[in-house]
Every structure is written in structure tokens, then in C-alpha cells.
Unconditional design. Structure first.
Length: 141
């Protein structure tokens, strides 16, 4: 397989699997940390209207979803890519960062959460995925 094809497939795989991890965590988060009483989290409008009811603990699962989705996607991309693994994996982080910025624009979350999420959940987690993938690859050599 040509390296560019493999790299593009690695990127797509990382984005899809990272997205599944993100959504999987979001889907189960309500059973782990229930939303506040009276909060409708089933629609974007309901979420926007009830965001003021959320306590700091309610932001833990969304942060973990964003961070772990990005981490897994970048780790997978860096593990599959045939060259420039860091570039492709950080591309996953950049893609999810754009999604995070869109999320900040759509949801009236507290400023502290927006800052922690944008600064900590995307590029640093993608970089951590690259470091771990490099470690695994060096141990295999």
C-alpha cells in the first residue's frame, strides 16, 4: 500500500474510532453522573437552556469524552501511519479541537470549563497519543 494512502486511512480510522469513543462516553455519562434535576440533555436546545443547572461534576464526563476520544484517535493514527506519525496524529487533535471550539460557540458552558477543555483535551492528548505510540513502536523494534 502506498504510504499516502496508508496515512490517509490512518487519519480516517483515528477520527472514526476517536469519535466513537467520544460518543460512547457521552452516551453512558448520564448513568455514571446523572444530569441535574430538571435538565433536558436529550436535545441541543434543552442542553442550552439547562446548562446553568450543571455543577462542576457534570462537566467531568464531557471532558473525559473529549480527551479520551482524541487520545485514542491520535494513538491509533500514529500507530497505523507509515510516515510522519506525529503530523497525522496531531491532525486528529486539530480536527477534534475544531469540534471543541464549535461546541464552545454553541453551548453556554462556564468559562473555566471551556478553557480547560480547549487547552487540555485536544492537542495535549493527541501529543500524548503520539508519545505512547512511539513508545510501543520502539519496544516492538
Amino acid at each position: 500500500m502506498k504510504p499516502i494512502v496508508r496515512n490517509i486511512l490512518a487519519l480516517i480510522t483515528g477520527l472514526v474510532v476517536g469519535g466513537f469513543v467520544n460518543m460512547g462516553i457521552i452516551m453512558v455519562s448520564g448513568s455514571i453522573i446523572p444530569p441535574p434535576a430538571g435538565a433536558d440533555v436529550t436535545t441541543m436546545e434543552g442542553l442550552q437552556e439547562s446548562m446553568h443547572l450543571f455543577k462542576p461534576i457534570n462537566f467531568l464526563m464531557p471532558f473525559l469524552a473529549h480527551a479520551l476520544g482524541t487520545f485514542v484517535g491520535a494513538l491509533l493514527t500514529a500507530s497505523i501511519a507509515s510516515s510522519a506519525q506525529k503530523k497525522w496524529a496531531l491532525g486528529v487533535g486539530a480536527f477534534f479541537l475544531i469540534g471543541g471550539i464549535a461546541n464552545v460557540a454553541m453551548l453556554p458552558a462556564p468559562l473555566w470549563f471551556n478553557v480547560v477543555d480547549i487547552v487540555g483535551a485536544y492537542i495535549p492528548m493527541a501529543y500524548l497519543g503520539v508519545v505512547l505510540a512511539e513508545k510501543f513502536q520502539s519496544e516492538d523494534s
